[in-house]
Design a protein around this ligand. Structure first.
Ligand SMILES: C[S@@+](CC[C@H](N)C(=O)[O-])C[C@H]1O[C@@H](n2cnc3c(N)ncnc32)[C@H](O)[C@@H]1O
Length: 356
């Protein structure tokens, strides 16, 4: 189902040249571009693929506007993270020609009004409310002069040192899940990683002989941990261009013994290499929405990508009934830990293994 805030934007699109900025909110139902003079820019590989399939010239990167030509119109459906939103708005404004306009849509509770007003005040423009149905708002900001004034002075692309895990320094940036901390769910999974490895692969003492996949890697914490366990081949994948970039950066910091590959992909759909161990903290939210279908896709990918005798560790919020869904994909489902906030499930014997 298409997001109504996105529809409102597209209804207001002119002949261009224009750019629409997409993120994880816009995963389905993008119509064809209003004219050949329109482009899209997106940080998510699945959304970019859907836009391309709908006929858009769509670049997929971490909101890098360097290849964007001058614009008559910039369209943006507000993103969840404030720093992402500020960066995108400023970059669109910088690309606008004089007399060009920026259209911003979103819901009242998402803070669209505040951001539109702040941007207008920073640039000496006016945030004109052109549509306001219920909680959905659409603002228009016209550019009449060039100004050096900025909505934000922070560098969106900068990497930040956010902490340390077992002696490994962690770098991260805005635009990534739990970007400035170690997620409590991921931490719980990490606590159970060594014992799961030792127990399950007791016959295979040499970790270097094992392969592993971090599915939905974020900034790469779990992939780093797999490397630190001495696993010989570590794959990490995410659909977020920022996540893939930072994971590769984090893995390159250390002379870990294994080989590493980081892949931008939608739910590992291009991967065919089966692994001994898969670790995953699946996404629960997609943009502003709570997304159950994604969990199913992550489970299916895990069932497809582990070896017949391989294992998967999933961590999810304790209230999510993952066991039931996991049992459709795996014959063996065990709860390794449940601290009432998060639980770690051990999944093995993928049901499809016998037929492949
Ligand atoms: C809960 S986070 C876990 C991140 C990381 N593993 C950690 O522990 O900090 C889930 C990750 O899944 C990614 N993701 C969401 N949808 C995806 C998709 N369709 N394909 C691949 N990754 C996706 C998100 O970008 C996010 O990085």
């Amino acid at each position: 189902m298409r997001d109504a805030a996105l529809t409102a934007l597209l209804d207001a699109a002119s002949a261009g040249p224009g750019l629409i900025v997409l993120d994880e909110n816009q995963s389905t139902g993008l119509p064809p571009p209003p004219s050949p003079h329109w482009r899209a820019l997106c940080n998510r590989s699945d959304v970019a693929q859907a836009a391309q399939a709908a006929g858009w010239h769509c670049e997929c990167n971490d909101f890098d506007f360097s290849a964007t030509p001058p614009l008559r119109q910039g369209l943006y459906r507000l993103s969840k993270e404030k720093r992402v939103a500020e960066h995108v708005l400023q970059a669109l404004w910088d690309k606008l020609e004089i007399a060009g306009e920026l259209l911003l849509s979103g819901y009242k509770q998402e803070g669209v009004k505040t951001l539109a007003s702040r941007a207008a005040a920073a640039w000496g423009s006016t945030a004109e409310l052109t549509r306001g149905e219920g909680h959905l708002h659409l603002y228009r900001l016209r550019k009449t002069t060039e100004t050096a004034a900025r909505l934000t002075h922070s560098d969106y692309h900068a990497l930040h040192l956010i902490g340390e895990w077992e002696g490994l320094l962690l770098w991260s940036k805005h635009g990534i899940f739990a970007w400035d901390r170690i997620d409590d769910g991921s931490r719980l999974l990490l606590e159970h990683l060594p014992s799961a490895l030792a127990h399950r692969h007791a016959g295979q003492r040499d970790a270097a002989a094992l392969s592993a996949l971090d599915l939905g890697c974020g900034y790469g914490l779990l992939a780093l941990a797999l490397g630190k366990q001495g696993i010989g081949r570590v794959l990490a994948t995410d659909n977020n261009a920022a996540a893939v970039h930072v994971t590769a950066h984090n893995l390159a910091q250390y002379a870990l013994p294994g080989s590493f590959q980081v892949i931008l992909d939608d739910c590992a759909s291009s991967l065919n290499e089966r692994v001994d161990l898969l670790v995953c903290n699946p996404p629960f939210h997609q943009g502003f929405a709570v997304e159950g279908a994604l969990t199913d896709r992550f489970l299916a990918a895990a069932g497809r990508l582990i070896k017949p005798k391989g294992q998967a560790l999933f961590v999810v919020n304790a209230f999510i009934p993952l066991e039931r869904k996991a049992a459709e994909v795996f014959s063996e489902v065990k709860t390794l830990a449940n601290n009432r906030r998060f639980k770690v499930l051990h999944l093995s014997q993928p049901r499809g293994a016998r037929t492949r």
